[in-house]
Design a binder for this molecule. Structure first.
Ligand code: FMN
Length: 224
């Protein structure tokens, strides 16, 4: 692979928010997971504990998530609050949200439309698979959380390189206890987020959202 190939791969990856029902075959799934397994981690601890959910269990899980959502049963292992984004972070979040809703033709004041788009997370955007990224408690979780982030990015790039797509979903992490109960996972395993994945629907406008990135000077300071 040349540097140009790599640049193209990284810069053309996008999340997908509408998948085809076509499942990923077992050999391909194993290759994706083995790519992600090669991610770097603090002291090579590889603290990620990954549950891949497909088939009938995927449908059971989606139903349980929708029921938990209807009950307002939120059980996140790690806090998430949009209000904690301020300044430039709030601006970037708003602008990516705007691009996303414009693409699927949901107006700013269309509350049912926005709610339905949000709830689509709970059907894994119709993806046939979801990988749920757990980790055990290690000190204050911060170091292992960064390792899990490394894993997620390798997995996303591997999907893209192989003609598939994925979407990390913090929203799934808001239902951590429901997910543990359905899958029989012990309480000690904490859920960071899920990644729904499969083949992106090439016709869906939900998959044509380019949100761009800040200029380097907003993120990087060079010291010479
Ligand atoms: C850790 C993480 C969690 C995310 N959670 C969600 C989510 O719950 N729902 C969603 O629709 N998108 C989610 N996203 C997708 C981001 O909105 C998306 O990555 C961002 O807008 C940049 O778009 P791009 O990945 O297509 O470049 C998440 C992304 C990351 C990295």
């Amino acid at each position: 692979m040349t540097a140009d190939d790599f640049q193209r791969l990284v810069r053309t990856r996008r999340v997908a928010r509408q998948f085809l029902p076509t499942p990923v075959n077992r050999a391909l799934l194993d290759a994706l997971l083995m790519d992600a397994q090669h991610s770097p981690s603090n002291c090579n601890t590889q603290p990620w504990v990954v549950h891949v959910v497909s088939g009938a269990t995927r449908d059971v899980l989606s139903k349980a998530l929708r029921a938990a959502d209807a009950r307002g049963d939120l059980t996140p292992d790690f806090e998430f609050d949009m209000q904690s984004y301020t300044g430039v972070h709030a601006q970037r979040a708003q602008s990516s949200g705007r691009a996303r809703y414009e693409a699927i033709n949901v107006a700013r004041d269309d509350r049912p439309g926005r709610l339905a788009a949000m709830q689509h997370n709970l059907s894994f955007f119709d993806a046939p698979h979801v990988a749920l990224l757990f980790m055990p408690r290690i000190h204050d979780y911060v170091r292992s959380a960064s390792d899990v982030g490394m894993y997620a990015q390798t997995f996303l790039l591997s999907l893209h390189a192989r003609g598939l797509a994925g979407i990390p979903q913090t929203l799934l992490g808001l239902y951590a206890q429901t997910i543990r109960e359905v899958l029989g996972i012990e309480e000690e395993m904490k859920l960071m987020f899920g990644i729904s994945f499969g083949y992106a629907d090439p016709q869906s406008p939900a998959n044509f959202v380019a949100v761009g990135r800040a200029p380097l000077c907003e993120s990087v300071t060079q010291h010479v």
